[in-house]
Design a protein around this ligand. Structure first.
Ligand code: SF4
Length: 503
């Protein structure tokens, strides 16, 4: 395909010019239109793709984000909120939490979107980034007398007015893990400032496996870990338009992703929706001062990461929506097989629901326990958020195992949709790949393909691997739980009850 590069005029364009390229988005259709003709450089299978929004492998991930716009129209109570900042209703993904209720509603919306899409709908990282920036810019200003919070509020107002999407560019490739950013042999192993002029700064580096990175209008680049004095150039937070000059995207593969290019819709399992991770290379990309929210204040990097993970680890209740789909698929195949009344089948479904609701309970409890920060924004409880995410690193695997148990080995050995369509092979398949007489073979195959999709195929990325590593791998949560568990206080209670004299 022919590739179009962004015009060089975008190299140093102003903050205002960057906003003026973006429309006001109201509907899912508006959103899809907003992605077209951007002239981005995106590699997929070794080729630059001219119009990624129309590519059959990419489109399902765009549909998943589109669902966040559609839901706001279908169920405004759930998916919109009143913004005091612009005194108007906004998509809940752009609303800053002003109390525990906002965070609880966010979790309910996330579960619903998981049920609708059966995958990662990619918009929560942007919300959680905006939420963190509210308090971090406030705190940096309080210490250094900078003007980041005002800039941030101006950005947020415009983002709310235009109803745009923001991707979180947090994960650097990291290179030699024993070395700090400034010590790496390749200085670009962590994204950093390479140059500056009177209007802004230039950054170079890569942000890895960025969720929905191409599908969004802005990318917020930010540090991935704590930084020291020598790492000042790496302490940078800024908003960059997805179509800025100097950005190259490389699309991440997912299991069975080319099934979307084979024609038909059955073998995909979930033909409508998918997730997306991309590698994004920033080659001296410009950020105007108005869109810069940290510039060298390295001592705030660790706190920024900690607050982001506190928000985002509770956002992982999204996986309970996918868990609802898994339970539904397992119950449906049991039904189609004529074994839905068998006691051990019902017991396995109960186990799946128990695990799924355990995830939800820790996430929603974290939101109910939210407390205000100095900037006035609310943040959910960090300990419970880490417990939620830690549950997510384990329970979906057990839920998926039980779904495969109920599905039977056929989930991984079934003939293709094209064989089903073939006159001779199709007749054999329709006759013998049957369960209950009154259930068409094709329906049985479709529900099995959905289970395959979510446990082995394309959306197993969203349901399993992302559950393991997204928002930090399991050990990252254990470290946070260790830091917050206050074992001395627990020992004091134990000694008191045991009648041991307290020091
Ligand atoms: Fe949202 Fe879940 Fe995807 Fe994170 S993993 S962006 S919380 S849907």
């Amino acid at each position: 395909m022919n590739a179009v590069s962004p015009p060089a005029s975008r190299r140093h364009d102003s903050a205002q010019a960057r906003w003026e390229r973006l429309p006001v988005i109201r509907t899912g259709e508006d959103y899809i239109a907003s992605l077209k003709g951007r002239g981005t450089r995106l590699f997929l299978f070794g080729e630059l793709i001219d119009e990624p929004a129309d590519h059959p492998m990419i489109r399902p991930s765009i549909n998943a984000l589109r669902a966040t716009y559609d839901l706001a129209i279908e169920d405004p109570e759930l998916a919109t909120a009143h913004s005091p900042l612009i005194d108007a209703p906004v998509n809940r993904f752009l609303h800053m939490p002003t109390g525990p209720h906002d965070l609880v509603m966010k979790n309910r919306m996330q579960r619903r979107l998981g049920q609708i899409t059966g995958t990662c709908f990619q918009r929560c990282t942007g919300l959680d980034t905006l939420s963190v920036l509210h308090s971090i810019t406030w705190d940096i200003d309080a210490k250094h007398g900078t003007g980041y919070h005002r800039r941030y509020l101006e950005f947020l107002k415009e983002a709310q007015r235009r109803n745009v999407l923001i991707a979180a560019g947090m994960t650097d490739p990291k290179g030699d893990r024993s070395k700090r950013p400034a010590e790496q042999a390749d200085p670009d192993m962590f994204l950093h400032i390479t140059d500056r002029n009177e209007d802004g700064v230039f950054v170079r580096g890569v942000k890895a496996h960025m969720t929905g990175g191409w599908n969004q209008h802005w990318i917020c680049v930010m540090p991935t870990m704590n930084l020291g004095e020598d790492d000042r150039d790496y302490a940078v937070v800024g908003m960059i338009p997805g179509d800025a000059e100097g950005i190259t995207y490389i699309y991440g593969r997912q299991a069975s992703d080319t099934r979307s290019m084979e024609g038909g819709d059955m073998d995909q399992g979930n033909a409508q929706y998918g997730g997306q991770e991309v590698w994004v290379y920033f080659d001296d990309v410009f950020i105007p001062h108005e869109h810069l929210f940290m510039d060298g204040e390295h001592e705030f990097a660790q706190e920024m990461v900690a607050r982001f993970t506190a928000y985002h680890r509770a956002s992982y209740v999204c996986k309970t929506g996918l868990g609802d789909v898994m339970v539904g698929a397992a119950a449906t195949i049991a039904d189609y097989n004529g074994v839905d009344k068998v006691s051990h089948i019902k017991d396995k479904l109960v186990e799946m629901v128990h695990l799924n609701e355990t995830i939800f309970s820790s996430g929603i409890a974290s939101s109910h326990e939210a407390k205000p920060l100095d900037s006035g924004i609310y943040m959910n409880d960090g300990m419970l958020a880490n417990v939620c995410k830690h549950n997510v690193t384990r329970f979906p695997y057990e839920i998926a195992r039980l779904a495969q148990d109920l599905a039977g080995g056929i989930v991984a050995t079934m003939p293709s949709e094209k064989d089903l369509e073939n006159e001779e092979a199709g007749a054999i398949i329709r006759r013998f790949l049957k369960g209950r007489d009154d259930i068409p073979t094709e329906d049985r195959m479709r529900i099995l393909r959905l289970i395959e999709n979510m446990t082995l195929g394309r959306n197993a990325v969203g349901y399993l691997t992302e559950s393991m590593h997204g928002a930090g791998s399991p050990q990252a949560q254990r470290i946070q739980i260790l830091r917050g568990m206050d074992v001395e206080h627990k020992k004091w209670h134990a000694r008191k009850l045991a009648g041991i004299e307290q020091a």
